[in-house]
Design a protein around this ligand. Structure first.
Ligand code: GLN
Length: 481
């Protein structure tokens, strides 16, 4: 049982052609069939079935049904769901269960979505390949020897394999967009503050946003509509009015639209296959009436440097709470309080998380604060100014989502710097806080997916998804081999 997007599913549900229980059974069956892929860290067999029964009864009673009635959704394992394990794919949260629901979860549930399970990820959302997970890696749906991207690799693989119609991820520097690009689906990171972070486990609080992975832009818009908006439990959530995304998307024309193409997004060492697929996609926008405009933006390498100073600084502070006393894992081999802290953290955190905590405490230390942390904040400001200026001249900025196609499992594990470069094109939008989306536009010569990355001005999600939807429709194709 597969659907052409949520509207297809919904119309078949409300016309009583199928039931929520049948939908849930079909999805759970596929999830179970993919058990060896490690995509889920927990599957909600019982609660999803229970929920489907309730929703079927609600429809039968003639009650009005929610905007997401019967939509099977998977949730990244760093977003809190009351009574469910919350692991962040880390040993340090072993056995921990969340005490409350994230605001995003409450809003999805109130519109009758069905949660099917929790998805694998890089530990504490740190990574670009899903390999930094206590549960192990996840295979790319197009080539099992390759990574699905990260950190929301499980969420991307779940949607790409149709084990959920939509999945939530979190995006700090690209963790929704990059895996979406690697798995041939849509990955949306909204404007910073558009969706409440209440209940999202903090990695770098001034960057983190809950994002949406889906097969198409309409489903992303619908789910965003439900989750977006001010939340009194997150002071950084925005009061900016939430527009009607579907309406905005419907009225959008590419005729005369100005698409900014920064040379910074097409460096000389860009993978040639990626470059040609992306250029072909942009050409299709041009054919539809858009104007491609060359623009200048700061080299994205500076964004990566600033990003890894700022996020490690924030992470070192945010992760101080995992001390063996309050949550999850406590080392059994400790003699006193101090050794309990040290041993629990040493045994509980993986290598990448430890590397970042050390980097973060270093850049925040009294002697280096000005050299690194303050400087990186200044770089962040420069990027913000330059992106704002650019978006006064163009409607949208476009480039590749990733500089290379999905890479092999293990290929970059010994070289953290190379791994960090996977996000060279996604990090700038995170530094400036603007919305961005990865759109599937084709395949390279090996049949691996390539995505185009679009960035719009603050709170222009509707316009951006409207552009993305058209771009995706121009590029519908199948792998060439
Ligand atoms: N890959 C980037 C990092 O490791 C982005 C992670 C993310 O967006 N959560 O920090």
């Amino acid at each position: 049982m597969h659907f052409r997007g949520y509207q297809d599913l919904r119309s078949r549900l409300v016309s009583r052609e199928i039931t929520c229980q049948q939908v849930v059974e079909a999805y759970l069956q596929r999830i179970d069939d993919h058990r060896d892929d490690n995509i889920f860290t927990a599957v909600f067999h019982d609660t999803a079935r229970q929920r489907a029964r309730e929703l079927d009864a609600k429809l039968a009673d003639g009650g009005s049904v929610g905007k997401l009635f019967g939509m099977p959704i998977a949730i990244k394992d760093n977003i809190a769901m009351a009574g469910a394990p919350l692991s962040c794919a880390s040993k340090i949260l072993e056995g921990y269960e969340s005490l409350y629901d994230a605001t995003a979860i409450i809003r999805l549930a109130s519109e009758d979505a069905i949660f099917v399970g929790r998805t694998n990820m890089d530990e504490f959302a740190m990574g670009s390949s899903n390999e930094n997970s206590a549960f192990g890696p996840v295979p790319n749906p197009f080539d099992r020897s390759r990574v699905p991207g990260g950190s929301s690799g499980g969420s991307a693989a779940a949607v790409a394999n149709d084990l959920a119609m939509v999945a939530l991820g979190s995006d700090t520097g690209g963790s929704v967009r990059q895996p979406a690009g690697f798995c041939n689906i849509v990955g949306l990171k909204p404007t910073y503050g558009r969706i409440s972070r209440y209940g999202l486990v903090a990695f770098a609080s001034s960057f983190d946003q809950i994002g949406i992975l889906s097969a198409n832009c309409d489903d992303a818009a619908l789910v965003l509509q439900v989750m977006a908006g001010k939340d009194d439990r997150d002071a950084t959530s925005s009061r900016h009015e939430v527009e009607d995304y579907q309406e905005r998307m419907g009225g959008l024309s590419l005729q005369g639209l100005r698409v900014g193409i920064p040379s910074a997004f097409f460096p000389k060492d860009l993978n040639p296959d990626v470059a040609s697929v992306v250029r072909a996609g942009l050409k299709k926008m041009e054919d539809a009436g858009a104007e491609l405009v060359e623009i200048e933006l700061p080299e994205s390498d500076f964004a990566i440097a600033a990003y890894y100073i700022l996020v490690t600084a924030e992470a070192s502070s945010n992760l101080a709470r995992f001390d063996g006393a309050r949550y999850g894992y406590r080392s059994p081999s400790s003699e006193d309080l101090s050794s309990m802290y040290v041993n629990s953290r040493t045994e509980g955190f993986g290598d990448e998380v430890k590397r970042r905590i050390m980097l973060g405490t270093y850049v925040l230390s009294a002697g280096y604060y000005d050299t690194y942390y303050k400087k990186a904040q200044q770089v962040r400001r420069v990027f913000q100014d330059r992106y704002r200026e650019a978006l006064e001249k163009v409607d949208v900025i476009a480039g590749p989502t990733s500089p290379f196609p999905p890479f092999g499992i293990g290929d970059k594990m010994d070289n953290p710097l190379e791994m960090y470069l996977a996000d060279v094109f996604t990090v700038p939008a995170s530094i400036v806080g603007m919305p961005a989306v990865s759109v599937p536009v084709g395949f390279d010569s090996l049949g691996l997916p390539v995505g185009i990355h679009l960035i719009c001005n603050f709170f222009e999600e509707g316009k951006m998804l409207g552009i993305a939807r058209q771009l995706q429709s121009f590029c519908q194709s199948v792998p060439s081999n």
